[in-house]
Ligand binder design. Structure first.
Ligand SMILES: Cc1ncc(COP(=O)(O)O)c(C=O)c1O
Length: 394
């Protein structure tokens, strides 16, 4: 297609389709589920396609199946957030929720706050709406609210426009694995209320917890200013492509008009409702926690054994290890060398909306088997050594 035919938002996108087999190798790159932990949904699907056939093979209702919205409201109540079903809209996964919220909230040139690093898949979505980024650092307590406070105070002093929203992943952050402390959550809520800036809370990994007690959801601390983005991708299975957005009813009334699918797939929604009603979710979450907890332990031990020069903070949940390379080592180059050695990882530079920091990599422990984890970390260590010796010779 001629470049001149393209919208500005599409000009910078890659024009090459992903290579088939591009993801061959030991998979530490993607946040895929471990195949052995995918639940058996056959009974729920059977019911959905027999008893509920007239509902599930018909166009769905735009805000989502009422019973699923009720279920989500009950689930959030269990997490301490009082969100009535009318304040929940079903969407096609969290990324779709992010996209819809950008459509609702962003004009070309608006700024938004993200952590540095942040969830890399959200970056091109934000960019496609012409957003500019205010990056705020993170430490072991999550987003640095003192830094954010200083940035906002400067914008106010200079009479500049404030950001439209603060996008944050407070539980087992992707990619760092960090969980935001209660103190910081409260500070964030206070800042957002003081400056009237919305918080977008994206929390897919909240239940993928291996130890420790949960911090309160930001939505539980502040229902009015916080928009919650949820997903069944990590709660049940990513292939379902069902998630939700929880916001005020007037925001949701507009969102459903922006939803070009008409309504999310009623068949999948009914399968989820029946699976949860039959009590399948609790057992599934336990199996997720057991499996990924053991994968995490395996990968942490393998990294400590084979890559002692890399530093990390061990996450208490989620899917990822965020590893800092020795000063001067390039995560992009290591990613290429690792792929040549048959292990796919993600370069840390992908996770920065602005100036990338190069000396990080992200490893997912979710998808690979424990045997592959040992083998993959060994191959990665080989790639790192060969890179170190090349640069020592240069
Ligand atoms: C922070 C974050 N948000 C959203 C998602 C994706 O959610 P979904 O698959 O429901 O679009 C992920 C998955 O990797 C994620 O890490």
């Amino acid at each position: 297609m001629e470049r001149s035919s393209l919208a500005q938002r599409a000009v910078h996108l890659s024009a090459t389709m992903p290579r088939p087999g591009a993801h061959e190798g030991i998979p530490f790159d993607s946040g895929h589920a471990f195949p052995g932990v995918l639940p058996d949904l056959r009974a729920a699907a059977e019911l959905a396609l027999s008893e509920y056939r007239a509902e599930t093979l018909q166009y769905g209702v735009r805000p989502g199946l009422p019973e699923l919205r009720e279920w989500i409201s009950g689930y959030l109540h269990g997490e301490g957030a009082e969100v009535p079903a009318e304040e929940v809209v079903v969407v096609n996964g969290a990324k779709h929720g992010i996209d819809l919220l950008c459509r609702l909230l962003l004009d070309e040139g608006d700024s938004i706050v993200v952590t540095a690093p942040t969830y890399f898949t959200a970056i091109p979505i934000f960019k496609s709406f012409g957003a500019s980024f205010i990056e705020v650092s993170q430490d072991e307590e999550g987003l640095d609210t003192s830094e954010l406070e200083a940035v906002l105070a400067r914008l106010v002093r200079e009479g500049r426009r404030l950001p439209k929203f603060i996008y944050n992943v407070p539980d087992f952050h992707n990619p760092t694995g960090v969980t935001m402390s209660r103190r910081r959550r409260e500070a964030l809520v206070e800042l957002s209320a003081r400056h009237r800036i919305l918080i977008l809370e994206d929390s897919p990994y909240r239940k993928v917890r291996f130890e420790g007690a949960p911090e309160p959801m930001i939505k539980a601390l502040d229902r009015a200013n916080t928009i919650l983005i949820g997903t069944f991708a990590k709660l049940i299975a990513p292939g379902l492509r069902i998630g939700w957005v929880s916001a005020s009813t007037d925001a949701l009334a507009r969102i459903i008009q922006l939803k070009s699918d008409g309504g999310s797939c009623p068949l999948t929604q009914r399968i989820i409702v029946e699976f949860c009603r039959a009590g399948g979710l609790d057992a599934h979450i336990q199996s997720v926690q057991r499996t990924y907890g053991s994968h995490r332990d395996h990968m942490v031990a393998a990294v400590r054994r084979q890559l002692p020069e890399l530093s990390m903070t061990v996450p208490h949940g989620g899917y990822y290890l965020w590893l800092k390379l020795p000063e001067g080592m390039d995560g992009d180059e290591l990613t290429t060398r690792a792929a040549d050695a048959g292990v796919t990882i993600l370069a840390g530079s992908k996770f920065f909306a602005g100036q990338p920091q190069k000396n990080y990599i992200r490893l997912a422990y979710s998808h690979a088997t424990p045997v592959q984890i040992d083998e993959g970390v060994g191959r990665l260590a080989g790639a790192l050594r060969s890179m170190a010796s090349t640069s020592a010779r240069a």
